[in-house]
Design a protein around this ligand. Sequence first.
Ligand SMILES: [Zn+2]
Length: 117
Amino acid sequence: MHEMSIALSIVEAIVAKAREEGAAKVSGVDLLIGKLAGIEPESLKFCFAAAAKGTLAEHALITVEEPEGVGECGECGKRFPVNFYYAECPQCRSLRIKIISGEEFLIQSITIEEKGE
Ligand SMILES: [Zn+2]
């Protein structure tokens, strides 16, 4: 499963970061997943819970921000919402569309708890 391997790499990254900071645990993770990133947030959260079991991130709360897809026409420069990679300019019907937003996939921030709290 696609989301499972993503979840595993997120867990690996945040656990490494938490260790580096000397944290007792990771309490929250903020993700940015564009609507065109090809990742299903609900599925990812589910996989995350499984992937994080037994790690510092086991009880982390996942927050996902999902930027809308935006395309820009390579012919006339018009910007418009895009729901899929195959997009057509609503103004000039060109297919030369550049995706300018919606493909993001980032760990924006993590919240950690210090030891001894
Ligand atoms: Zn156009």
